[in-house]
Design a protein around this ligand. Structure first.
Ligand code: SF4
Length: 177
């Protein structure tokens, strides 16, 4: 995850100054969406890239790339054959958002001094905000660790309902056709 608080920049003595947005990469963002969608429709598994591209509007090559990555990381199981595709490898209740983000992006680290191997900031010993920002980092990690894929997949998720229902028809057509 992107650092929001880095030492160096315009301030002397290494004070944090280079603020950056804390933002998931597009791949992680889409991975969460695809997995939430699969969790929400367990009876329709396995899903093909085409199914999921049709459901979400994400380009098929991007969906395919993310599904392969998720399978490689153990989040998805892939089955071959005419009715093959991808399905969740674990119960959605057992997959946390933190686990997925950390696997795809590395540790959630808001500041250099919040990293497990914190050694990159030269002023940590006398930095007045190091401790509170490390506390915030722990709160973020705890929050992400307490949200499961099952929760992301709840109907009141952020994906517009019309997209889900349109995709629903697309999947039904794919499976029966
Ligand atoms: S000690 Fe931590 S919070 Fe303080 S400047 Fe360095 S990285 Fe930022």
């Amino acid at each position: 995850m992107v650092l929001i608080h880095r030492p160096g920049g315009a301030f002397p003595h290494g004070w944090c100054s280079q603020a950056a947005m804390v933002r998931l990469t597009k791949i992680t963002d889409y991975a969460l969406l695809l997995m939430a969608l699969m969790a929400r429709r367990p009876g329709e598994a396995p899903f093909t890239s085409r199914d999921l591209a049709g459901l979400t509007g994400i380009s098929p090559p991007m969906v395919s790339k993310i599904l392969k990555l998720l399978a490689r990381e153990g989040f998805l199981r892939s089955t071959r054959g005419a009715n093959g595709g991808y399905s969740l490898a674990s119960d959605p209740l057992d997959i946390t958002v933190a686990a997925l983000i950390e696997r795809l992006e590395g540790p959630v680290t808001l500041t250099v001094c919040s990293a497990h191997d914190a050694s990159g900031c030269p002023i940590e010993d006398f930095c007045p905000v190091s401790s509170p920002l490390q506390r915030i980092n722990r709160v973020v990690i705890d929050t992400l660790s307490n949200i499961t894929l099952a929760e992301l997949a709840e109907p009141e998720g952020t994906l517009p309902a019309r997209r889900w229902s349109r995709g629903s028809a697309a999947v039904a057509a794919t499976k029966t056709g």
